[in-house]
Ligand binder design. Sequence first.
Ligand code: HEM
Length: 518
Amino acid sequence: MTMDRALDLYDIQGNICKGYGRFGFPKARYFFLEFHQYAGARAFLQQLIPLITTAEPWSEKDHPDQSDKPQATTNIGFTYAGLSALGLPRRSLDGFPLEFRMGMKNRAGILGDEGPSDPANWDPVWQGEPVHAWLSVNGQSRQAVVDRYRQIEQLLQQSQGSVTIRPGHKGPQGSLQPWQDASAVYENGRVTPKEHFGYVDGIGNPYFAGCGNDPSRLPGRGKLTRDDGWQPLATGEFILGHIDEAREYPIAPEPHLLALNGTFMVYRKLHENVTTFNRYVDRLATDFDGSRELLMAKFSGRWPDNGAPLVLAPDDAAKAELDQQLAQLTAKAAAGDHTAATELRALKAKWIDFTYNKDRHGSRCPIGAHIRRANTRAALETEKDAFNTPSALDDRRRLLRRGLPYGGEDETPADDTEQGIIFMCIGASLERQFEFVQQQWINYSNDFHLGNDRDVLIGANNGQLTDKHIIQVNPKQGKAPFFCTHLPRMVETRGGDYFFLPGITALRMIAQGIIDPT
Ligand code: HEM
């Protein structure tokens, strides 16, 4: 698979290729539709299509002839129930993968959605029958989001009851909202890349062939090669109708055009228990040999304040040195020093361009740290040259993360206030990618030889002694590993489902009712 393989970016929904947050859209609104009558619903979709944002390149310096970045974006996805309600032929419906047909609620056992995360405790919008469609609006400003939302609301009104919004999202001060608003976290009025526990987020994301993103973003984001280089992941890992890493076409419904350039998306409202998190860190920090920030980094694999990976700066002294180097280079680059600017770029590239090859024992980045679980890079190749490519066991489990934080705007975050992450991730196979990572790598540790340990941040931990995370040390230093025991539930699932995001051609076919699988 080569990097320049042409993809029809105009036929692919924009959120698949672009993480809008990074492209300057810090505000979003997600809302969910019910179709009551399929002719009216299809008519609504036909009117909506011109508003759908595609993956076409936006005018940047290297694309001067391309269209301008819009003020707001719009994207759509359907549940299996939604596609049924739109009258798709049975044969097409039956071609969708089982986990998509079952929906997220029915996969609770696999996903670890138990106890406080049990679907019975999810927001009202998720109770009862599944929603039919997900609509998302991202905006450069909240006003842009509201304007686009109003535009869509008018189309809904014109549908005369054929399509309605399913309300029931828990919001601030005990409110129930018709929609789910999301926003980047702001500090002193300025947008930050942080989530509510205080970590910088949104750094690691896969790079795939034809995605249209700047090739300078490839190192650290693609798949590893034997000579320590990086290649784009196969398109079919993320988009249906294209060859994947197994050199096969991903499982997809018929006809081919219904699937082509579409994909699947996980939507998951993940509540963050901010008080529980802070108390736990405070308590442990008193016994831990290092700063509070280092302890937080040992949970996630990256330093909370600037996302530097632990493999680059594994302790407080190394971090202080790195920060100093960063500050000096930034100052010199700002003063016009080109050499410093180049060095700064090379240093920042190390934030993402790394492996765990020289950290087999986890003394820099713990083996069970969140990012080391979620993207193992080549860490599962325990014997050199065991596979065709070093990251072979990871390449088929990559996730395109597309979410944003929510809450924290109107109230100070605590356990009983509404804040967290609207986690959205995209992949050609929900089962092989998201579900596998969630079940085997987040909530279980056999692949890492860590027994039943779960992820500190998002694992289904329950405060028991055995709910633990081990911070490994260099065996040569003669120190004991640090055991974080009694891990509480830091994150709880508050709802979600699986969505099919069709390509634009397929969306037209759905809207016109002309899908013929024969
Ligand atoms: C509230 C919930 C979550 C929090 C607070 C959280 C936090 C973080 C943080 C701080 C990072 C490091 C920044 C970065 O590399 O971009 C990260 C990375 C990542 N997270 Fe999460 N996360 C959450 C949910 C999830 C879930 C549910 C999954 C998948 C099942 C996941 C998968 C990943 C992946 C794949 C990466 C990138 C790893 C890499 O490429 O090196 N996260 N997350």
